[in-house]
Write a protein that binds this ligand. Structure first.
Ligand code: HEM
Length: 475
């Protein structure tokens, strides 16, 4: 009897406990929702003054106005920047998240010269499954310490050591291109991308993957597909949840590609760490195996994999795009092409010898061509930061949590700095250099890396960015 009574009481207690847990969870959910709504309303009110393109609706923001297709969305943003060029910044609400578009030098500088605003946009989290928290995706102390450790590996003298690889791969590309001389028009994009992949793979990992001769490599295909899938996912909010993403065919393909990519880097890592001292040609990966932080700690295998994968991602598409646009602009501007040709003749004559660092320094006009190409078609036309604290831009208060979207494509078309901005005029770089304006406007990423490292005179990052493009163009 006592047992039955205890059982009934026990059941009652259990029910009472469960009901309390549910009501507590409900109450805390409601409280959280109320808190979120209050902070959202406050943000909405405080950011009301910032100019915008059209009326935003609560919660939806400007979502209904935004083009869904990636290319159309980019064109829409560029159209706004042209239409509102006279306005210092533009606010857009992406659902409940505020975003400010920045496209003139003075305002971009506020963000890129701040040592606090170093958090990458939340959109970069889709890169994390592949790149982990490497230089591109990390923030705070992790980023600072990594950046300090890795900055010496960006040094010009280190890059010189990679010149042989660049020359070898450029020769393969030339031979492939030669087959098309006096033939039908063809798409050179893929050839150039494969050459860039070969260069980055051998310089970063010390492995010749022969992508140019075998475009069916599993690793190359995975790099390609992964980059495509990441950009696709960013545009499709319904694919953002990891578990849900796995319900789609693309989610599975993502998982499969990830395995191929990580296995490839891990295998190289194990191979190099056991034999790196004996190796004649040092790769970026070998340098990472030997760097230490202030306390003398080395990077773990996981850390190195993150950085090598980051270089693979950042280092191939950016340079391939820059080379492709350079060729396009040279082809469309025969008078510029002639000047480049003359300059190459002056430096190399009839010789087909490999390019040296000294040669590269002499190719000043070609350098202007590449800078002008990057001005018109920056390989990274948009990038973003998530503001970690409130800041003031052009007299407007922009709140913490806002996505600051920096638009080099529009920034480089500011007629105050680049008269007739749509015109391809490589000579303007020589003039700009003389006026010492070049570094402030066109090389904003240099400012970015400088602030993030607090090194005032280093331009190694920019040189690193420019050099592969210069080399591959000497074909
Ligand atoms: C034309 C060529 C290139 C252009 C235009 C370019 C542009 C940029 C830009 C705009 C950023 C800043 C992105 C952001 O803050 O969200 C960046 C970051 C970065 N780039 Fe490049 N890049 C190029 C080539 C390369 C190459 C060849 C490598 C490596 C081999 C590389 C490695 C990196 C890394 C590691 C970062 C992250 C740096 C950090 O946050 O500390 N990039 N690049």
């Amino acid at each position: 009897m006592a047992g039955l009574w205890l059982g009934l009481e026990g059941q009652k207690l259990l029910l009472w406990g469960a009901a309390s847990v549910v009501s507590l969870a409900g109450a805390s959910l409601v409280l959280n929702l109320l808190q979120w709504a209050a902070s959202y309303a406050q943000k909405w009110r405080q950011m009301r003054r910032i100019p915008t393109v059209a009326r935003a609706y609560p919660l939806l923001g400007h979502a209904l106005l935004m083009k869904r297709d990636g290319r159309e969305f980019f064109q829409q943003i560029i159209q706004y920047t042209e239409e509102y060029r006279h306005i210092p910044l533009l606010k857009l609400w992406v659902g409940p998240v505020p975003m400010v578009a920045l496209y003139n030098a003075e305002n971009v500088e506020v963000i890129l010269t701040s040592s606090k605003q170093i958090d990458k946009s939340s959109m970069y989290k889709f890169l994390e499954p592949w790149l982990g928290l490497g230089l591109l995706t990390s923030t705070g102390n992790k980023w600072r310490s990594r950046r300090k450790m890795l900055t010496p590996t960006f040094h010009f003298t280190i890059l010189e050591g990679f010149l042989d690889i660049m020359n070898e791969q450029a020769n393969i590309l030339v031979k492939k291109l030669e087959k098309h001389v006096n033939q039908e028009a063809f798409n050179c994009f893929f050839y150039i991308t494969l050459c860039a992949l070969d260069i980055i793979c051998e310089t970063a990992m010390g492995k010749n993957i022969g992508a140019q001769s075998n475009d069916d490599s599993e690793y190359v295909r995975a790099v390609y597909r992964m980059s495509e899938m990441i950009f696709h996912r960013i545009k499709m909010p319904w694919l953002w949840l990891d578990l849900w993403y796995l319900m789609f065919k693309e989610g599975w393909e993502h998982k499969k590609s990830l395995k191929i990519l990580h296995t490839f880097t891990n295998d190289r890592l194990i191979g190099r760490s056991s034999a790196h001292s004996k190796n004649k040609r040092r790769a970026f990966l070998d340098l990472l195996l030997s760097v230490t932080d202030d306390e003398g700690n080395r990077l773990s295998h996981e850390d190195i994999r993150e950085e090598v994968d980051t270089f693979m991602f950042e280092g191939h598409d950016t340079t391939a795009v820059a080379i492709n646009w350079s060729l396009y602009l040279l082809g469309s501007n025969p008078e510029v092409q002639k000047k480049v040709d003359n300059e190459l003749d002056d430096v190399f004559g009839k010789s087909v010898r490999p390019a040296t660092v000294e040669d590269l320094k002499k190719l000043r006009y070609l350098e202007c061509v590449i800078k002008e190409t990057l001005r018109l078609f920056p390989s990274v036309p948009i990038f973003a930061r998530s503001l970690s604290e409130d800041c003031e831009v052009a007299g407007y208060r922009v709140l913490k949590g806002t996505e600051a979207v920096i638009i080099p494509y529009a920034l480089h078309r500011d007629p105050r700095y680049f008269p007739n901005p749509e015109e391809f005029q490589p000579e303007r770089n020589a003039v700009l250099e003389r006026q010492r304006l070049q570094c402030d406007i066109c090389s904003h990423q240099r400012a970015s890396s400088r602030t993030r490292t607090n090194q005032n005179s280093s331009n190694n990052h920019f040189q690193c960015h420019l050099k592969p493009a210069v080399n591959s163009l000497h074909v």
